[in-house]
Design a protein around this ligand. Structure first.
Ligand code: HEC
Length: 179
């Protein structure tokens, strides 16, 4: 028992020392051009998915998320703030987004991976150590309308998207910019 405990202590100390040396000698490459190994990638994916799932668990989804008016309001928000990094049907990401690591994903399938409450949580809080900003300075109503729009993204054609953008420009629900 005693030798087991001392081996354990030695192992933990060696681990701490190794970890400190790894950081001190700059062995971790923070460069955005050096992709994570598949193991690190997998661990980060699990950490993100579990973190979001646990934190979004208490969020109540408001009624009428598929109200067409909400989707029109959401497209306005999306075109103004999100398409730059994520692109949209028929719209390419802008140059800024191409150098980001992790790369901002295409959101066509986002609604298949996350519940509406989880999407709302992501928009409101952002994702640490990635380029994904928190949009907590936007009203919950604006964020829910962006979620309503993301729910409609699967199968949306470039033409559908262009029509929605035109409808939002006409409808007077135009997004007001604020700092
Ligand atoms: C500056 C670039 C940038 C902007 C602007 C941006 N995002 Fe992101 N977003 C990212 C990055 C990078 C990730 C990937 C994070 C990761 O890998 O964990 C991401 C992830 C996401 C995800 C999770 C997708 C997934 O498959 O895990 C959603 C949903 C999302 N963004 C929605 C939005 C919405 C809606 C907006 C506008 C309100 C927006 N983003 C604006 C960079 C951006």
């Amino acid at each position: 028992m005693r030798s087991f405990l001392s081996s354990l202590v030695i192992l933990v100390l060696a681990g701490l020392l190794g970890g400190t040396a790894f950081i001190y000698f700059g062995l971790f490459d923070v460069s955005a051009t050096d992709p994570h190994s598949s193991t690190v990638h997998w661990i980060m994916d699990q950490a993100r998915i579990r973190s979001i799932r646990v934190r979004a668990a208490g969020i109540q989804v408001p009624d009428g998320l598929d109200d067409p008016q909400k989707v029109v309001m959401g497209v306005d928000h999306f075109a103004a703030h999100c398409a730059v990094c994520h692109g949209a049907p028929g719209v390419a990401k802008e140059a800024l987004a191409r150098g980001l690591y992790p790369a901002p994903p295409d959101l066509t399938d986002a609604a298949a991976h996350y519940s509406p409450a989880e999407l709302f949580w992501i928009l409101k809080n952002g994702i640490k150590m990635t380029g994904m900003p928190a949009w907590s300075d936007h009203s919950d109503e604006a964020l829910w309308s962006a979620v309503a729009f993301i729910e409609k993204l699967p199968g949306m054609s470039a033409d559908d998207y262009a029509k929605l953008v035109a409808a939002s420009a006409e409808s007077g629900v135009h997004h007001h910019h604020h700092d």
